[in-house]
Write a protein that binds this ligand. Structure first.
Ligand SMILES: N[C@@H](CCC[C@H](N)C(=O)O)C(=O)O
Length: 280
């Protein structure tokens, strides 16, 4: 069966978007998603995202498969791409628009702005060990600057769930991080029963962080929206940064804010259409 798709990217974190509004079941299996994401034998992407009918009073639902076929709960760069894709499908790309999107990580709300940027209300971060999930501390405790042994070194890590799990560690020099070697060791560490995304953060100043990411199910990517949000939350919890900061990723910057009153995290960044195609 021929299936139409559109490729989008947010800071180089790239996704294949599929119009799945006619059914609540994703059109592809995880095995098919692996083939589509392959950069040599397929279209090439960090994941496949489906726009499905809304549930529980939302406008639409989002499901996503990582490039390894696993299904994460949420994706920050992906939800900006999805908002742009929906606006394009509805023929409303030039308006200021807000959607309520159901995800496996909770309801998220992206807003398309007239300047082309998209701000997403990413909800309230979850901080208890059982919510990450991790066995690093007791289930009801937060994981802030806890020592973790990886590759023969002790790393002080802080864990944050933005719907999906993140393990954040602050380092002096990002250029000294052997990402491809240690990323998988964090991802598959026995203290993370559902694996984890890992962010390495260098603090430039209290409002500017630099980040490298190893994503669960996708490896080293150019950017991770949920990871940037989790990094800012971890920075506040460890006293490394203020509640508003620019997070610079290999693919470019995201603006992140953690509001003191409602405790919600807001992420602002771009999303761009790359091309459309048909998989035959
Ligand atoms: N790149 C994404 C996160 C995608 C999901 C992640 N790999 C996971 O398994 O949790 C983002 O921008 O947030």
């Amino acid at each position: 069966m021929a299936i139409e798709f559109t490729k989008y990217q947010g800071l180089g974190n790239d996704f294949i978007l599929i119009d799945n509004r006619a059914s609540s079941q994703p059109m592809l299996t995880p095995q098919e998603a692996i083939k589509w994401c392959d950069r040599h034998f397929g279209i090439g992407a960090d994941g496949v995202i489906f726009v499905l009918p809304g549930q529980e009073d939302t406008d639409y639902s989002m499901r996503i498969f990582n490039s390894d076929g696993s299904e994460p709960e949420m994706c920050g760069n992906g939800i900006r791409c999805l908002a742009k894709f929906i606006a394009d499908l509805e023929g409303r790309s030039t308006e200021s628009l807000r959607y309520r999107i159901h995800t496996l990580g909770g309801v998220m709300s992206p807003e398309l702005r007239p300047n082309g940027q998209i701000t997403v209300d990413m909800g309230v971060p979850r901080l208890l060990a059982q919510e990450i999930p991790t066995t690093l501390t007791a289930a009801e405790e937060k994981v802030i600057n806890q020592p973790l042994e990886v590759a023969g070194e002790t790393w002080n890590v802080t864990c944050v769930s933005m719907g999906n799990p993140h393990c954040i560690t602050f380092v002096d020099d990002l250029t000294a991080i052997p990402l491809a070697e240690i990323g998988p060791k964090f991802e598959h560490h026995s203290v993370f029963p559902q694996r984890t995304n890992t962010e390495f953060i260098q603090v430039v100043n209290r409002n500017y962080l630099k980040m490298l990411v190893w994503e669960r199910g996708a490896g080293a990517t150019m950017a991770c929206g949920t990871g940037a949000c989790a990094a800012l939350v971890a920075g506040v919890l460890t006293g490394n940064c203020d509640r508003q900061a620019t997070v610079e990723l290999p693919g470019g910057p995201l603006e992140i804010q953690w509001s003191e009153v409602e405790q919600r995290v807001y992420m602002t960044g771009p999303a761009t259409k790359v091309f459309t195609g048909t998989w035959c």
